[in-house]
Design a protein. Structure first.
Lengths: 307, 273
């Protein structure tokens, strides 16, 4: 008791009060965030509510929700929306399953475990846009490794134009994402596995539980918080996917995504109003999904703020 | 038991091939020239460094490389400076709206960059920041800050409070306790957070292509996009793979050297609850 009162002195000789110091210390970060994220998102909403002259730069007039009507009634938007959801759903599911499998393997005790743990960091360290170029070169028609290998092995499909065919192009994009991020997922989940006490498994073994039962009754439930965080990170990243389709196909052949479509309307077509509306719709989509998640993982965030 | 062991080794080999083969293929391709590029040889038949000579002889590429290093370093510096202040306040000081501020910071990690690309483009054109190296730093910083703050706050929380309290008893201010006691102890946290901030900035693509237009200001990913876009029908496979190797290998080496720190940083949020 004595120590506690001594340790938290109320009066100090100099310096700002704790509250003022806190305000001073968080403000640089908050100012950056306000100037580069909060203000621009407000500005984006404003831009999306106006229409702009293509001929006279800077000329604009109030358009209300017209840009949103145009966006929501265009098939390109819904294609991009569907592609984004398909990409997110499939790639994140595969990443979760592979991530759990990788994490379980990395958790075993064997010689060379450190090497394996280092290896999985390699795909993660490859620049995302660079990895897109890498996969584009592998799936290049004729020249690429995929086709040459298939023809060398006499497999069917040696003449598939991977990135030029709808469906296959999406499959390549998903594969590229899985390659880069399943290992990342595995590392997050491995950290979760490491905090599960061994005694639980020992006790279950004594009770005669099979490997599968131990996995289902102990590993999965106790890994759930780590799984949720990993899913949150990955889902939000996948919903914003931009670099990969840009590098692989420029959005052609069924790989246009929300971010890429908005970007193309803004730059190539110079439709500031429509492009901004599309950007805001992307933002809203991501926000809705993240709020749904944060209802599950909100406790983790609170944990850091509390003492 | 041996069956299980065999299965484990099979899995280990499969994971290593999955992770490393594409990367190996990238290096393999970058060492090929001419007609060898179209052959699926696992080892380049006539290995040559021609592709590397050609990209390093290209002023646009070397300028882009320098630009990327400058922008990523500046971003890392400011992320650590601002981030350590905010992290300390969030981890240690008592004030109102702490949870709200943390929520705002973390919500940035969910932000789609495209949502703010057009407004920032307009603002930067108006203020002269467009197509400058320095103009890239604020948006990069915004996306590097949340993780920096989160990681540093986790590190600060692990430092025993008694050490600061002892300094406070000796008459130090809170800020002195922060930079004389907490900062030196949290040095490993700075390495972790700094590396991740640098990688995040190195990776940024959307702002790189929307906020620059000339080779003088373009960082590497934007230069590469331009590089590939200009020759739609004849992909310069050799030089592109060489360029990708050049921008990736240093990062892979650094990541492998600091792997423990990086894994600790990446998982800081995943297991604490």
């Amino acid at each position: 008791m004595e120590a506690a009162t001594v340790a938290r002195p109320r009066k100090r000789r100099s310096g700002l009060s704790e509250r003022r110091l806190a305000a001073a210390m968080v403000s640089p970060s908050l100012i950056v965030i306000a100037l580069v994220a909060a203000y621009p998102i407000g500005y984006a909403i404003w831009l999306s509510l106006n229409e702009y002259s293509v001929r006279v730069p800077g000329l604009s007039r109030w358009a209300g929700v017209k840009n949103y009507e145009t966006a929501l009634s265009s098939s390109e938007f819904w294609d991009a929306f569907r592609n984004t959801m398909v990409f997110t759903g499939i790639s994140v599911s595969i990443e979760l399953v592979l991530g759990i499998a990788f994490a379980l393997a990395m958790h075993q005790a064997f010689r060379g475990r450190a090497v394996l743990r280092a290896t999985v960091l390699v795909p993660w360290a490859v620049l995302t846009f660079g990895s897109g170029l890498l996969w584009r070169s592998i799936f290049e028609p004729d020249l690429g490794f995929a086709n040459s290998m298939m023809s060398a092995l006499g497999l069917p499909g040696a003449d598939i134009v991977w990135l030029g065919t709808e469906g296959y192009a999406m499959a390549v994009m998903i594969f590229a994402d899985v390659w880069k991020t399943a290992p990342f997922m595995a590392l997050l989940l491995l950290a979760g596995l490491q905090v599960i006490p061994d005694e639980l498994y020992d006790a279950a073994k004594v009770d005669g539980a099979t490997t599968w039962e131990r996995f289902r009754r102990i590993t999965l439930p106790l890994l759930k918080p780590a799984i949720l965080v990993a899913l949150l990170f990955r889902t939000l990243d996948a919903l914003r996917v931009f670099d990969l389709p840009f590098a692989l196909t420029q959005g052609a052949n069924g790989t246009s995504t929300l971010s890429l479509y908005a970007y193309q309307e803004l730059t190539a077509n110079r439709l500031v109003g429509l492009g901004s509306a599309l950007s805001v719709l992307t933002f809203v989509t991501v926000m809705i999904v993240s709020f749904m998640y944060i209802r599950f993982v909100g406790g983790n965030i609170r944990g850091l703020a509390d003492d | 038991m041996t069956g299980r062991r065999a299965l484990l080794w099979l899995a280990v080999v499969a994971i290593m091939v999955f992770c490393l083969f594409p990367f190996y293929w990238l290096i393999n391709t970058s060492l090929k020239t001419g007609t060898d590029l179209s052959a699926a040889n696992l080892v380049p038949p006539n290995p040559s460094l021609d592709n590397y000579e050609s990209i390093f002889g290209d002023a646009d590429f070397t300028t882009a490389l320098r630009n990327s290093i400058v922008v990523a370093s500046l971003t890392t510096f400011f992320a650590l400076l601002f981030g350590s202040f905010a992290a300390y306040a969030l981890a240690r000081l008592r004030f109102r709206f702490k949870f709200l501020i943390l929520a705002i910071v973390l919500s940035i990690t969910t932000f789609p960059p495209i949502a703010i690309a057009a407004p920032i483009f307009k603002l930067w054109t108006d203020t002269g920041l467009y197509d400058t190296l320095f103009g890239l730093v604020p948006p990069y910083l915004t996306f590097s800050l949340p993780l920096t703050i989160y990681i540093l706050a986790s590190f600060f929380k692990e430092i025993p409070r008694e050490l600061e309290d002892a300094a406070l008893v000796d008459g130090a201010t809170h800020f002195q306790a922060f930079y004389k006691v907490v900062l030196p102890l949290a040095a490993p946290g700075f390495v972790t957070a700094g590396l991740l901030a640098f990688i995040e900035a190195w990776n940024q693509f959307l702002f790189a292509i929307t906020l620059t237009s000339s080779p003088e200001a373009r960082p590497v990913p934007a230069a590469l996009a331009f590089f590939t876009g200009s020759q739609q029908f004849e992909v310069p496979l050799g030089t592109i793979t060489a360029a990708t190797v050049v921008i990736t290998v240093p990062l892979v080496i650094v990541v492998l050297i600091f792997q423990r720190r990086i894994v600790a940083g990446l998982t800081a949020g995943a297991v604490k609850g």
